[in-house]
Design a protein around this ligand. Structure first.
Ligand code: NAD
Length: 288
């Protein structure tokens, strides 16, 4: 398959490399020359511009920073990509923009799906992302093969926008559960418990959660995590804050009460404003 790939940053770079490994012809475009240089090393063709990247594409895949950029990019893609090209946005953006773009795409004769991912940079490089897809059943089926080349799971969440809805709900839960996990370790320490002992108990008791057993925020406890590397790498606080902000916007639009999610957004805002935006989101334990 011939794929126009837009946005070859931390995530998109690894994803495009896996598409090349999977036998696809990838035509790459990015506004950053260094991203393109890496893409070339991974076997991508480099397009002269957006139009050139998509003009012969069977599928267009984007992995971009935010909804405003995604909207501007697809405004140009539609009209230049051939009508049979399936448009797949894998960026994390707001639900409303995802739905709106799909409607515009349909009006202009294209099929489009939202397919945000969970898994981070390591999973993007390893081809083990989880894709949550919003779109029509037939478009989901058509995208499964190409998404499967970049991931370990491709799940149909529902109609357009449902992928983004699943992503923001999941990450709101993750943000709140990480803070609760950090608080539990902090309290355990103040009550005189050995933290490894608390981990051994809670990881086999009802407090167990992913933030504890797969991503423990305490250095030297549980599996190897960013906590063991000074909270470098991993999932940046700034990105967690972006996702929590998208979740709060979605909650407001839907009239949903999300007091834990809102508190998580407040705490991550303060943490990011204190200069920690680059650090892994589990570093919030340092504030406790
Ligand atoms: P990134 O900033 O590393 O990459 C984005 C790329 O898009 C950059 O290379 C940038 O130059 C390019 N770009 C920006 N505007 C462009 C334009 N108009 N035309 C062409 N290229 C353009 O970001 P990332 O970490 O790869 O994240 C990408 C998306 O994936 C975001 O929506 C993010 O929320 C989501 N995401 C990230 C992670 C993670 O751990 N990094 C995990 C899950 C989801």
């Amino acid at each position: 398959m011939r794929i126009g790939f837009i946005g070859l940053g931390n995530m998109g770079g690894g994803m495009a490399a896996n598409l090349v490994r999977g036998g696809h012809k990838v035509c790459a475009v990015d506004s950053a020359p260094e991203a393109l240089a890496r893409a070339r090393e991974h076997g991508c063709e480099i397009a002269a511009g957006l139009r050139e990247a998509v003009v012969e594409a069977d599928a267009v895949i984007s992995m971009l920073p935010n909804g405003a950029i995604v909207r501007a990019v697809y405004d140009e893609v539609m009209g230049h990509a051939p009508p049979h090209a399936l448009l797949i946005d894998c960026s994390t953006i707001d639900v409303a923009t995802a739905r709106d773009l799909a409607t515009t795409a349909r009006r202009r004769g294209y099929a489009m799906i939202d397919a945000p991912v969970s898994g981070g940079i390591a999973a993007a490089a390893a081809g083990t992302l989880t894709f949550m897809v919003g779109g029509e059943e037939a478009d989901f089926m058509a995208a499964q093969g190409v998404l499967g080349t970049m991931g370990k799971a491709v799940i149909h969440a529902g109609p357009n926008g449902a992928g983004q809805a699943a992503k923001v709900c999941n990450n709101m839960l993750l943000g709140a559960s990480m803070i609760a996990t950090c608080e539990a370790f902090s309290l355990a320490g103040r009550l005189g418990l050995d933290l490894q002992t608390f981990y051994d108990i809670s990881s086999k008791a009802s407090g167990q959660c992913w933030s504890m057993t797969s991503y423990c925020p305490v250095p030297g406890v549980g599996p190897e995590t960013p906590a063991d590397h000074g909270y470098e790498g991993g999932f940046a606080t700034a990105l967690m804050l972006k996702d929590l902000t998208l979740a709060m916007e979605a909650a407001q639009g839907a009239g949903a009460a999300v007091s834990m999610g809102r508190r998580a957004q407040e705490l991550y805002t303060a943490f990011a404003q204190a200069g920690n935006g680059r650090l892994d989101f589990s570093a919030i334990i340092r504030t406790m």
